[in-house]
Design a protein around this ligand. Structure first.
Ligand code: MSP
Length: 513
């Protein structure tokens, strides 16, 4: 079995989960499920980022200990993920001992390899982004006078403190060479160019410890210092596998894919690979930065109170509908807008009308004309072979689209087959065949419809595990478990045997008003 390791960012615990957090996690889940179907040995990691000044301040504002705040938010995530059918193999907390051991091991490696030295930091810091800024960077972005962060435009603070530094400046050329040699390392292309511009503009050594607050992992042998939260957080991708121990799970390193939002690309595509180079560890194969969601045309923000909360969304929509919409509506990598109208419209057109209708009419006709029993196929005609060829092409192309994280194209390719199926019904008019007593042709058409639906459901199952479970129960039988399916066993045409009894259709995609 081929290992496949996919990660999400670990989410800060100063805020409740929102749309942005579920988006990346759903995307990672679809890939994890697809790779399990392919027979890969999947490790899918998500978790929380508990340390840092921002979290400490959020806890102070609530008059509680940071760990208490973290515990509360962790509970929310732990109950949320099953509701969204998230199939993560592990959940890493940065306050856990296993993670701290990984971070300290990483620190010690960097130290032993001569990549860390002690100095004095005197510049600016953005707490919401947990990012350092030089005076020149602020000036160049016209942010110095207002003392605001060039990224998030919130107030930056001046820091003057003793600090450890990571020799990031030594990695400028090595990173440029690595990115040139590995064209798939950073995606999408536009983001890669951003990273290249950033590196080319010059890398300065990175301050990697703080002394003015205490909520974090202490620097080994110098406890007055806390390790910079991004060094701490990035190490999660290794600590979760058991690093530095040679555990069984370490076979998953290097990660196949880090999925992240565009705002945290620099940390994943510059700092993290440089750290790994310094620690003499292999680099992740790919970092994909997705875009940001607005809500009904507006930027989501706590102050506006328009942040979409998963609990509210789940009260309104089924989880599979959300999963489908988020990945279908916007090309992964681009920014997009969440609107309730477009969600409903997409659901009604593509799911209720197209998939739901194909399922209902096919199974209804199978019951009406054959008591739900799959007939023996007669001689195939050109249009039957065209349907099968389309399905086989879909299977190959979905694979390619998902390898490129082009979720919307993968879904669109499946939809094409669904529309093809509905066209096939219209062209063959099974009701006319029945009236004419053309039993052989009717048998062939009914079989092709149901078998197509089975293969469509298998391809859709990573996106909509609950709905496709229902579809497959009606087509195959009650014992099907989508999570246990493997392409190797189920993806071939013609595996449903004649004589098989299908269930009566019951609506899987009822129309939404
Ligand atoms: N803790 C860091 C990540 C450390 S990974 C080693 C962090 N956490 S976060 O909770 O602030 O953000 C997590 C993710 O949410 C980021 O990838 C960010 O891009 C994403 N999103 C936040 N708002 C978003 C939208 N409005 N739309 C889509 N994604 C958004 O950063």
């Amino acid at each position: 079995m081929q290992p496949y390791y996919v990660t999400t960012p670990i989410y800060y615990v100063n805020d409740e989960p929102h749309l942005g957090h579920i988006y990346t996690t759903i995307a990672a889940d679809v890939l994890a499920r697809h790779h399990r179907l392919s027979g890969d040995d999947v490790f899918f990691l998500t978790g929380v980022d508990e340390h840092g000044q921002k979290v400490q301040q959020a806890a102070e504002a609530r008059n509680i200990e940071a760990i208490e705040l973290a515990n509360q938010v962790v509970k929310r995530y732990e109950s949320l993920w099953p509701e969204l059918s998230i199939s993560n193999d592990d959940f890493i907390r940065t306050s856990s001992d296993r993670h701290k051991a990984g971070v300290c091991a990483m620190w010690n490696r960097l130290l032993e390899n001569g990549s860390i030295y002690k100095g004095f930091y005197e510049d600016w810091y953005c707490v919401p982004c947990e990012t350092y800024w030089t005076e020149t960077q602020l000036k160049d972005a016209d942010c110095l006078e207002a003392m605001i962060c060039p990224d998030c435009k919130r107030t930056v603070e001046k820091i003057q403190e003793e600090s450890y530094f990571f020799k990031l400046s030594e990695y400028q050329d090595k990173l440029l060479a690595y990115i040139a040699d590995n064209p798939d390392f950073i995606a999408p292309e536009s983001r890669k160019n951003e990273v290249l511009r950033f590196i080319e503009s010059g890398l300065r050594d990175l301050s990697i410890s703080r002394t003015t607050f205490s909520w974090g992992v202490p620097v080994p042998n110098d406890e007055g210092h806390v390790i910079y939260v991004w060094i701490d957080a990035l190490s999660n991708y290794l600590s979760a596998l058991g690093f530095p121990d040679e555990t069984e799970n370490m076979k998953h390193w290097p990660a196949d894919l880090h999925l992240i939002g565009k705002d945290i690309l620099r940390f994943h595509a510059v700092y993290w690979p440089a750290m790994l180079m310094a620690a003499k560890l292999p680099l992740p194969k790919r970092v994909f930065a997705h875009g940001w969601w607005t809500v009904e045309g507006e930027k989501m923000s706590k102050s506006k109170g328009n942040a979409l909360r998963p609990a509210d969304l789940l009260a309104q929509y089924e989880s599979d509908t959300l999963r489908y919409f988020l990945l279908r509506e916007v090309p992964f990598g681009a920014d997009g807008d969440f609107s309730h109208d477009s969600l409903k419209q997409r659901y009604n057109t593509e799911l209720a009308n197209d998939v739901g209708n194909l399922l209902n009419r096919s199974l209804s006709m199978l019951h009406k004309y054959r008591d739900g029993i799959l007939p023996i196929v007669g001689e195939e005609q050109t249009q039957d072979r065209a349907l099968i060829a389309d399905i086989e092409a879909m299977q190959r192309e979905v694979e390619i689209h998902l390898n490129n994280q082009a979720f919307h194209l993968a879904i669109e390719r499946i939809s094409q087959v669904v529309r093809h199926g509905n066209r096939y019904v219209a062209e063959n008019e099974p009701w006319t065949l029945a009236k004419q007593g053309n039993e052989t042709r009717l048998n062939t058409v009914l079989y092709h419809l149901v078998e197509s639906l089975r293969l469509i459901a298998v391809q859709l199952s990573p996106f909509m595990p609950v709905k496709t479970q229902q579809m497959l129960e009606q087509i195959m039988n009650k014992d099907v478990i989508v999570e246990d399916l493997r392409f190797h066993d189920v993806a071939g045409w013609g595996l449903l045997e004649s004589g098989h009894q299908c269930q009566k259709p019951s609506p899987v995609f009822p129309r939404m008003d």
